[in-house]
Design a protein around this ligand. Sequence first.
Ligand code: HEC
Ligand code: HEC
Length: 390
Amino acid sequence: MRYIALLTLVLVALFAYKQAETYPLVEAKAGQSSVLNNNLLGLPPVPIPANNPQSPDKIALGDKLFHDKRLSVDGTVSCANCHNETRAFTDGLPVSVGHHGLTGTRNAPTVLNAAYNSSQFWDGREPDLEGQAKQPLINPVEHGLADHKQVIDIIRADPEYLARFKSVFKVDAKKLTIDHVAKAIASFERTLVTGNSPFDRYYFQGRTDAMTAAQIRGFQLFIGQGRCVSCHTIEQDRALFTDGRFHNIGIGINKVQQDIPRLVQAFLEAKTKGDNVDAMVLTDKKTSELGRFAVTDELRQIGAFKTPTLRNVELTGPYMHDGSLKTLKEVMIHYNNGGVNDAKDPVNDFLSGGIRPLNLTDPQLDDLVAFMSALNSSRINYPTSAQAAN
Ligand code: HEC
Ligand code: HEC
């Protein structure tokens, strides 16, 4: 009897391991709503809002919208321009480039695992994926459309789109709104999840051979002397590597120190007038540096940005909200200096209390960098079917 129980256990473990190993990454889309209860090691189930349940057709529609360049002022910009699957859903640029080569002020974060974010954008100004998806379409330096009516007009002109919206949402052309568009895109994004990295196999499956010696040393620093885990969180059964909170870790802010009183005043005035805040932070470099303050109006949150996930971070450079750090080594040096790029620079007035000099040696910084590469998910580099449609 004991042997049978043991055998069953081994088989179950083997099966779970196999599942985790072979689970398709970004291909998990149409027809695979099981992705909701994903078996990806290190990740919880994807939260799905009650008013936007997943369905294979909706996910496929969102996929098409995500890759559709027609939804832009000059027909050249789709979401995938800046969130490109071949670059782990980023664009590899310091700050993003929209229509007619216009540049924004911020680095494109990955969309992978954005389904778990407790708020969207570097400053968290949108609560969810649905709210987020509406913004780039009418952002003057991204898709550049004048308003959401233009988005709907483009969709209404395409009978195939109309048929698909009708079958997914039961709406006809007249009743179609931007909310339907946003819901479809968000559903697609909820399938873009990655886990099962060497770190996950090491930490959650106890496979000591899953990480190299340098990666293991880096992990020890990450949870120890580096205090990284206080913001890039790891829990008992999951690791999202973000606390979902906002911290000023000394990026970009030193450049605008003198301008802060003026920027704060101008921003609050514009907000009171009802100006488009999304446009302001993505078109004015200095205003962008106000960070979370732009959402909460709280002075102590000046220069605070959302803790990003570190999954696949080796593939998503350059780094930070302004793309100012090119390599992971530069990131580690910044932390080791206690929140300044150059150890001789003064720290800014709003720096998080959690950022202090770490006194790590150069080989220790290299170990931290090595640990970052243990967070790559398998198969992340492979182009997907969605890529072919691009
Ligand atoms: C021109 C480049 C560009 C285009 C086009 C673009 N984005 Fe982004 N995306 C960005 C940048 C830059 C940010 C960060 C902006 C900020 O935080 O203020 C961002 C942020 C996001 C986030 C938030 C992720 C996080 O971790 O907070 C999501 C989700 C997202 N974009 C999805 C989309 C979708 C969906 C579309 C198409 C409707 C789209 N993006 C079009 C550049 C782009
Ligand atoms: C006080 C909270 C906090 C601590 C502690 C912290 N981080 Fe961060 N981390 C952040 C925030 C916030 C950002 C984004 C900052 C910005 O862009 O202004 C960030 C960004 C990063 C990035 C860039 C990610 C990207 O996609 O651009 C890496 C890599 C990183 N942190 C690794 C680490 C490591 C390694 C440690 C420990 C040595 C650490 N962090 C400690 C909050 C923290």
